[in-house]
Design a protein around this ligand. Structure first.
Ligand code: ADP
Length: 276
């Protein structure tokens, strides 16, 4: 059996719930051969869990991308890129590859930290990543930035943001309402350029959801690599991450990661859809 190959260009989360660790675990769960080109290493202060982001030298990223592309990834995903230079490298990596699938998770802040990694990154993502993206998976904050609409609090505002982000070149847009959007359900808005669809699951009370965003985008990438349509890939990824959140666990006083393999090993969660 030959496996499809999935490459993530992302940071390392040393606590291993998010970042490239989440991507690799998800790629493995969903039967793809996961590969990594690492952009930065995130470490945490054991006393406060304050994050420290150490970028890797750019020539080391270039060498990793060169190696990974020589292996021929079928799909490429981006995670934390951190600087405009790295955003350009990620865009170029996709252009230089034979991959037909590019999933952009437009990470702008480290979970638990409020500071935007670098404001110039937003413009670079709009100019360089959105026009190439098969799927882009912003959360509410990121969608507000990528659309220029600012704070989004309603489904109507999410629809408008999705329309703008699609117009900026992304073929499929998923805006994750997740836990930030008020209500009993965890709702994401999917726009394929024609139809707006809400993807809905129960909203789990778990605060052990570290890595949910990375896991969702990585699952979308693996599903697409395995031949699912964008709609199927996204809906199935939503079910996969809902299970991962439901069975998240407490790591220490600061953080609890999702359980990446819960959908395969514990419980599959159904996703409801509704056109809006
Ligand atoms: P992150 O903040 O880690 O980026 P997101 O908020 O982007 O996570 O959510 C990733 C996915 O997990 C989305 O599909 C979102 O709807 C879902 N999700 C987030 N929080 C919950 C929750 N409490 N219960 C169920 N699903 C959730």
């Amino acid at each position: 059996m030959s496996l499809k190959k999935t490459l993530t260009i992302a940071g390392s989360d040393t606590s291993a719930g998010a970042g490239m660790q989440a991507d690799l675990k998800t790629f493995q769960e969903l039967n793809t051969y996961g590969m990594v080109a690492l952009t930065a290493v995130v470490t945490m202060d054991p006393e406060t869990w304050g994050h420290d982001v150490t970028p890797l030298p750019i020539d080391l990223l270039d060498k990793q991308i060169k190696t990974a592309l020589s292996i021929g990834p079928d799909a490429i995903k981006t995670g934390m890129l951190g600087t405009e230079e790295i955003i350009s490298r990620a865009a170029q990596a996709f252009k230089d590859s034979d991959a037909e699938i590019f999933v952009v998770d437009p990470v702008m802040v480290c979970k638990g930290e409020d500071e935007v990694l670098n404001p110039g990154n937003t413009d670079a993502m709009i100019k360089e990543l959105l026009p190439l993206a098969t799927v882009v998976t912003p959360n509410l904050f990121e969608a507000g930035q990528l659309s220029g609409l600012g704070k989004l609090t309603s489904i109507d505002q999410m629809k408008e943001a999705a329309r703008i982000i699609h117009e900026r070149g992304a073929q499929h847009v998923v805006i994750k309402g997740g836990k930030a959007l008020e209500g009993q359900e965890a709702m994401d808005l999917y726009f394929d350029g024609k139809t707006y669809t809400l993807l809905i699951t129960e909203k789990f009370q778990s605060s052990y959801n570290h890595g949910a965003g990375c896991t969702f985008a990585a699952a979308t990438t693996a599903n697409l690599a395995n031949g699912q349509s964008p709609r199927e890939a996204i809906i199935n990824a939503k079910g996969f991450v809902a299970s991962a959140i439901k069975y998240g666990w407490k790591m220490n006083d600061f953080v609890g990661p999702v359980q990446h393999g819960a959908s395969n090993k514990v419980e599959k969660i159904e996703v409801a859809t509704k056109e809006v």
